[in-house]
Design a protein around this ligand. Sequence first.
Ligand SMILES: Cc1cc2nc3c(=O)[nH]c(=O)nc-3n(C[C@H](O)[C@H](O)[C@H](O)COP(=O)(O)O)c2cc1C
Length: 222
Amino acid sequence: MASLLHIDASLFPGEASASRTVTAAFADAWRDAHPDGTIVRRDLAAEPLPHMNVTTVSAAFSDPATHNEAQAAAHAARLALIEEAENADAILIGAPMYNFGLASSLKAWIDHVILAGRTLGEGTQSLAGKPVVIVASRGGSYEPGTPREGMEFVKNYLAGALSAHLGITPEFITIELTLAPTVPAMADLIPLAEASRAAALADADAKARELAAKLSGEPVAV
Ligand SMILES: Cc1cc2nc3c(=O)[nH]c(=O)nc-3n(C[C@H](O)[C@H](O)[C@H](O)COP(=O)(O)O)c2cc1C
């Protein structure tokens, strides 16, 4: 029985969010392919995490026996997030692009989960090798060859940080040009936006079934 940690960060609920729509399609296919599996939800927009602060960081670099009440609480909350990720067989993350980068709520999660001596550091990368699928949604396009290719700080950041610090090589599903239907200047891009959405939904379905089968040892259900 495999478990999936399903994390969303979009400010918008349900189908108003492209990333949530695609992560939901992934979760539906996962459930369908692996009915005995479990899904743990973490909604970073509905329940935002505190940003890193001096209490969190000083707690991480000091002996727990010396923690004051605030440090003990901050460190315990951080360890709970890490344990949630460690206990999952796979992690699914919705990553909307805001101002060319990550949603700050998702960055906060990453800052909490990267902890020296536990998830970071030689011989202590407790999340190393964990399957992670990231749904990257964006209003424009930043794919190779597009004018704004160099402004892509979501997939590039996540691939770099997760690999360098956590030993994770994430797989990406990209849904782009999501603003085309509502921004008049992007009207010509609507067919490309629709194609991107269809491809992302199909990719989510296929990746979920493949991962569920791999983790549960069952044949792929199509
Ligand atoms: C505050 C804000 C900033 C945004 N910044 C960008 C941006 O820099 N580049 C871009 O392509 N789209 C940008 N967008 C559009 C979102 O990336 C787009 O709506 C995407 O679908 C968000 O994912 P979601 O639908 O899951 O919320 C921005 C949207 C918001 C609300």
